[in-house]
Design a protein around this ligand. Structure first.
Ligand code: GCV
Length: 732
């Protein structure tokens, strides 16, 4: 079947509406109340589409689908809504009676039928992919106009209008202009060609090693693309950053091309992670030295081959000289040498290179310092189509970290934040942890690089440094599980990442509320307590896992449960929790102040000074930056040991409260998802207790202090916990 026929077919296939199993994500389009459905039908009863493109077709199909589900009837498509044509339908028409059924007009601002409806420059602030939604009255008919500078923008505008309908917002007097904060808004899938997913907890890869035909997969891929488009995600890296060179073989490029065809109507481009040694491994060259002309020529030829198959291919993502991956340093070259050589190969096609800064060496140097040390000297040396992709925190996706000091410091190079949506260090898909607050914490962090207000968001979105290339990435939590993400609430993290990538000024509450309303129920009696759980969940996880700035206390290989005691012969020290917590009879924590590794010097004043002193360091990062005695007195007057105990216990209590609160929500949503979440919360409580007991009992062997008598007794035995072998099998 050719691709046109396949696309035509999948547009006709109804959604896989298999009950409330979570497959439909936040695009459920369940019937609204009769009153609200009538309101939506009055707002839009007919549809006038101006222009023709896959994106416009997708927008119209989505709108029909949404209206059919939400209101029970689809709008009719009209071809000549105005007598005498659009010229006679000038927007200064008289106001229509409120009950007159409305018309939705969708099309790009440059279309001859849309132009007369807009003042000059009305969409100037929308950029390439933003949109304008505006209420008008034309020839006495109420109209909602969704327009943009591109059909992709119209698609995003239509999804925004649908969201208004889903979340009970007003549909009158609309005048909404939006522009995405970042140009590239990407998911990174850590999916291997054999179908496994590194740090994936929702089943195997949706992309690789599938037994189904492409025709069979097309509906799932369309629904993936719809979900992404609904929040504005416009790109996806289909394979793991620990990339197999095989990905560049013709059969895999063909697979990328086939997926790209299916995602394109939703404005989602495909990108590829590449292995820096590919020229030697699959190209038959003696090595992959980036400064050798034959290596550069090999990549140029590969780029030509890829773009011949995928004209709008996005570019390469590269993990080089990190965790055993090859890179330019293998040949005595720099990251910039490697990135620029690839960038040159992609440049004729407007492709980009996203070069990761997640690097660290097996040296005694504090791991916090290493990415900065390696990348700062290269600032200004990268080609203009290279962007350096930096993890949000200084080390590695911990429940709480200070932001990476590279943000704000590298000023001549565009940087993008990489968040982890999959919960590698946050209880996999077993724990309910809403990540918007974590992401906001990083984006809103003030780097002070250009004085107050130099937040990570503003350092990366082009507003403080006018780099034309702006981007943001999230490591996907998506797999073959029916509900896509393993935990129903983990869908919120996919959603929130997209919403923040579009607009980092949204609050976590706003995003959480709209997600809940679309995903579960519009009833405030449900959304208020459920949102309350979400909003407290990240802090709860920090408390029962790694409070007060502790980090890397988990099992060193699986990254799931607590193993602060792990000791391995011949292992790199920075794999081991002991390297990070440094617990001893003298105290606990990593000294990164000037008396220790002095990682604080990588931050701008006044952060540098603030982090340097335990008295001014924020309590939630205290043990990240300081090694302190067990009896150190905190601002509260409590000792460090007691505060640590209270944090761990409070984390557990929070999850118990979540359980109780969730139990009271029975009946507000479908039984299937309710029970699934209830079971997960039970597991989470059990595991929070496991974390609490393991960490406190172990640290107690050093502190030699009692757990305050006001707190319940630990339920575990330390020796038993230390003997326990963790079984990962049920977690994938
Ligand atoms: C893809 C952490 C993870 C690795 C991951 C790496 C990275 O170390 O544990 O699984 O590899 O980060 O981001 O490259």
């Amino acid at each position: 079947m050719n691709i046109q026929a396949l696309l035509a077919l999948i547009f006709m296939v109804p959604l896989l509406a298999s009950g409330e199993d979570g497959y439909r994500l936040w695009l459920r389009y369940e019937r609204l109340s009769a009153e609200r459905a009538a309101e939506c039908k009055t707002a839009v009863s007919s549809l006038w589409i101006r222009g023709e493109s896959p994106q416009l077709a997708a927008a119209a199909a989505e709108f029909r689908l949404a209206m059919a589900g939400l209101t029970g009837s689809e709008p009719v498509t009209v071809t000549r809504p105005f007598k005498g044509g659009i010229a006679g339908a000038h927007p200064r028409g008289i106001s229509a009676p409120h009950s007159t059924p409305g018309l939705l007009v969708m099309g790009a601002a440059g279309h001859p039928d849309i132009k007369p409806l807009l003042a000059d420059g009305a969409t100037a602030l929308c950029g390439d992919e933003g949109f304008l939604i505006r209420s008008l009255t034309l020839q006495s008919q109420p109209v909602i106009l969704v327009t943009a500078n591109s059909d992709a923008g119209v698609l995003y505008g239509v999804f925004a209008l649908i969201r208004l309908m889903q979340t009970g917002e007003s549909l009158t007097h609309l005048d909404i202009l939006e522009k995405p904060a970042y140009g590239l808004r990407l998911l990174n899938h850590w999916d291997n060609l054999n179908g496994t997913v590194e740090r994936g907890y929702a089943g195997h890869s949706i992309w690789w090693n599938r037994s189904e035909s492409l025709e069979e997969l097309a509906v799932q891929y369309r629904d993936y693309a719809r979900a992404n488009a609904s929040v504005g995600i416009n790109g996806t890296v289909l394979n793991n950053v620990n990339a197999s060179p095989e990905v560049l073989k013709p059969e895999n490029i063909a697979r990328f091309a086939a997926v790209a065809d299916l995602l394109r109507p939703y404005n989602v481009r495909v990108y590829m992670s590449v292995n820096f040694s590919s020229p030697a491994v699959i190209g038959g060259l003696p090595d992959s030295d980036p400064l050798k002309p034959e290596v550069a020529a090999w990549w140029r030829e590969k780029a030509r081959e890829i773009y011949a198959a995928i004209p709008d291919f996005g570019g390469f993502l590269v993990k080089a000289n990190s965790e055993g991956q090859p890179g330019p340093q293998n040949y005595g070259r720099t990251h910039a040498d490697g990135a620029n050589m690839l960038a040159q190969a992609l440049k004729p096609y407007n492709g980009v290179v996203m070069w990761r800064a997640f690097v660290y060496n097996p040296t005694s140097e504090d791991r916090h310092r290493q990415a900065y040390n390696e990348f700062m000297p290269l600032d200004g040396q990268f080609a203009e189509n290279v962007i350096v992709q930096v993890k949000n925190g200084a080390i590695d996706f911990q429940p709480r970290e200070p932001f990476s000091p590279l943000f704000g410091a590298m000023q001549k190079t565009p940087l993008m934040v990489e968040f982890q949506i999959t919960q590698e260090y946050l209880g996999f898909s077993d724990h309910l942890v809403y990540l918007a607050p974590l992401q906001k914490e990083c984006l809103d962090s003030d780097t002070w690089s250009k004085g107050p207000g130099s937040t990570v968001a503003r350092m990366t979105d082009g507003s403080l440094f006018p780099h034309p290339l702006t981007a943001i990435a999230g490591v996907a939590n998506i797999g073959r599980d029916t509900n896509w993400c393993g935990h129903h609430f983990a869908q919120a993290n996919w959603y929130a990442f997209g919403r923040l990538a579009w607009n980092h000024q949204l609050t976590s509450q706003q995003i959480g509320r709209e997600w809940l309303r679309m995903t579960f129920s519009g009833s405030e009696a449900f959304t208020a307590p459920a949102l309350n759980i979400m909003m407290r969940s990240r802090e709860a996880a920090v408390k029962y896992m790694t409070p007060l700035g502790l980090h890397h206390l988990m099992g060193w290989s699986h990254h799931y449960g607590p193993e602060p005691w792990t000791d391995l012969k011949n292992a790199r020290p920075d794999w081991l929790p002991k390297y990070y917590h440094n617990a001893s009879a003298h105290g606990i924590g990593f000294d990164r102040s000037p008396s220790g590794s002095n990682a604080v010097e990588q931050y701008f004043p006044p952060l540098r000074q603030m982090y340097s002193q335990p008295g001014t360091c924020p309590e939630n990062l205290l043990l990240w930056f300081h090694h302190l005695p067990w009896d150190y007195t905190l601002a509260s007057g409590e000792s460090l040991w007691n505060t640590l105990c209270h944090n761990y216990y409070e984390g557990v209590e929070e999850v118990r409260r979540f359980q109780m609160s969730w139990d009271r929500l029975k009946g507000y949503i479908d039984a299937e998802r309710f029970a699934h979440i209830q079971k997960k919360l039970k597991t989470q409580t059990r595991e929070a207790i496991w974390w609490r007991d393991a960490c406190l009992l172990y640290f107690q062997t050093f502190s030699k202090q009692e757990i305050p008598a006001s707190l319940e007794r630990p339920v575990h035995d330390l020796e038993e916990l230390m003997k326990q072998k963790f079984d990962l099998t049920h977690h994938n």
